[in-house]
Design a protein around this ligand. Structure first.
Ligand code: SF4
Length: 441
């Protein structure tokens, strides 16, 4: 394992071994070329799907280009989120300051697009030159009568996970600023970003069992709903890495309880429905949830059985942002006969990794905050047949000559819910069994 830097050796473990707990939740090692993105990127991916807000990136054009249309988040209405505006700072702005440019850009954009709110993102260079972005936002809020929120996210301040926190703080500035009556059995869905329309699938399940959706944060998100989010009875949190901090703020300030769920795989999807019904102590809701699960499984299981027979014995590597998703993926892969041989995440906690260790077969590599060199070696050593990850893992897989399944921002296929489980099986099958891999070995 010469390819693992000495300082990172405790961030790698193996399922079934008696080693001490994996080291995680620490800053990336300088020079290790972590797969994690910057703070600004973290805040941008979380806030991006708010479709009726203006998103203005205060910085050089590269920061805006890096995160341009970064998620495949669909909207049922406005599409203002898909435009990525930038103040395009240049050398002169760095010397003399960019506040005037920021004010002029934001003012013109707000007048032109009439958004419900505006998010102004500070990038690295703004953190260095010290523009008073808060001051400009205050002035614009007063003049334009909409919330103009400063997202203090200079990239160098930490990693993507710190950006999630910054995004949650920005969202929390909206929460509680409107009060509209909503049905008693209402939830907010936190941490689903409506990739390929997944949120709509989940909303339909909840609607069928009698749950009202108050705010979706942030997939297909609306500013007014977020402002009224504190009136929901429960926050249901997926992608806990990005949204648990907002749930905590709402618990502390508005006493809105939260629960963590996953919508990937049959078991976790069903639990997400049962847990909500249990929370509301509603027998009728629970009965409807049971009926829905039974109906969906009667259709789905025979189809999955076919894929299981085809895929039996195949091996998968998983490297994703949040460990909770990795846990769901291990279970979902097992259901279709695929063994997980590598599991890693950018932001997992000790509890997450302990759970992964118990869940996986002996010898499975478990890794925190990995890098391309490590991942390439793990994948080759463990003879993985497919790599499941995000945009930055795709080139690693393709360079090795390995099938890749995108389970992150860019995907165009809904992989959540029962419908998503079938899509997942189809994608794993089509990619793993493709004859093209014969030519790369
Ligand atoms: S690291 Fe800094 S310069 Fe690079 S994208 Fe992030 S904010 Fe922009």
């Amino acid at each position: 394992m010469a390819y693992i830097l000495d300082e990172r050796i405790n961030q790698v473990a193996f399922a079934g071994s008696r080693e001490k707990t994996i080291v995680c939740e620490k800053a990336s090692l300088a020079g290790s070329v972590s797969q994690r993105a910057c703070v600004f990127c973290g805040s941008r991916v979380v806030l991006y799907p708010i479709v009726d807000a203006l998103h203005l990136i205060h910085g050089p054009i590269g920061c805006a280009a890096y995160t341009w249309d970064i998620r495949g988040s669909l909207s049922s209405g406005p599409e203002l989120h898909r435009l990525s505006f930038s103040t395009d700072l240049h050398e002169k702005d760095v010397v003399f300051g960019g506040e005037k440019k920021l004010y002029a850009s934001a003012s013109e954009l707000i007048d032109t697009y009439q958004p419900k709110a505006a998010f102004i993102y500070s990038t690295c260079i703004v953190g260095v030159i010290g523009d008073d972005v808060e001051g400009v936002c205050r002035q614009l809020s007063d003049e334009k009568s909409i919330p103009v929120i400063s997202v203090q996210a200079p990239g160098f301040q930490g990693s993507k996970k710190d950006g999630y926190k910054v995004a949650c703080e920005s969202l929390f500035r909206l929460v509680g600023t409107q009060n509209r009556p909503i049905p008693r059995k209402s939830i907010n869905i936190l941490g689903d970003f409506n990739l390929a329309g997944e949120l709509w699938i989940l909303m339909e399940y909840y609607r069928k069992i009698g749950v009202h959706i108050n705010a979706t944060i942030t997939g297909d998100g609306r500013v007014d709903d977020i402002c009224n989010a504190h009136n929901a009875a429960l926050n249901v949190v997926q992608c806990s890495g990005s949204m648990s901090y907002l749930a905590k703020l709402m618990q502390d300030h508005y006493q809105v309880p939260s629960m963590r769920v996953s919508y990937f795989g049959i078991e976790d999807m069903s639990d997400a429905l049962y847990d909500v019904a249990r929370f509301f102590k509603d027998d009728e809701m629970m009965e409807k949830a049971r009926e829905l699960v039974k109906f969906e499984l009667t259709r789905l299981l025979p189809q999955l059985e076919w894929y299981k027979n085809q895929l039996r014995g195949k091996r998968a590597a998983i490297y994703v942002g949040g460990a909770f998703k990795a846990i769901s993926l291990v279970k979902a892969l097992r259901l279709i006969g695929v063994q997980t041989v590598i599991v890693g995440s950018q932001t997992g906690t000790t509890e997450d990794y302990d759970l992964i260790r118990q869940l996986c077969d002996e010898g499975t590599v478990i890794v925190d905050d990995s890098n391309p060199i490590e991942l390439s070696h793990f994948v080759k050593e463990k003879k993985a047949d497919i790599f499941i990850g995000g945009v930055k893992e795709r080139p690693i897989a393709h360079k090795i000559g390995l099938g890749f399944c995108d389970h992150n921002h860019e995907r165009k296929e809904a992989l959540a819910g029962y419908e998503g489980m079938l899509n997942f099986a189809k994608e794993i099958y089509a990619t793993t069994m493709s004859p093209v891999w014969r030519f790369t070995k």
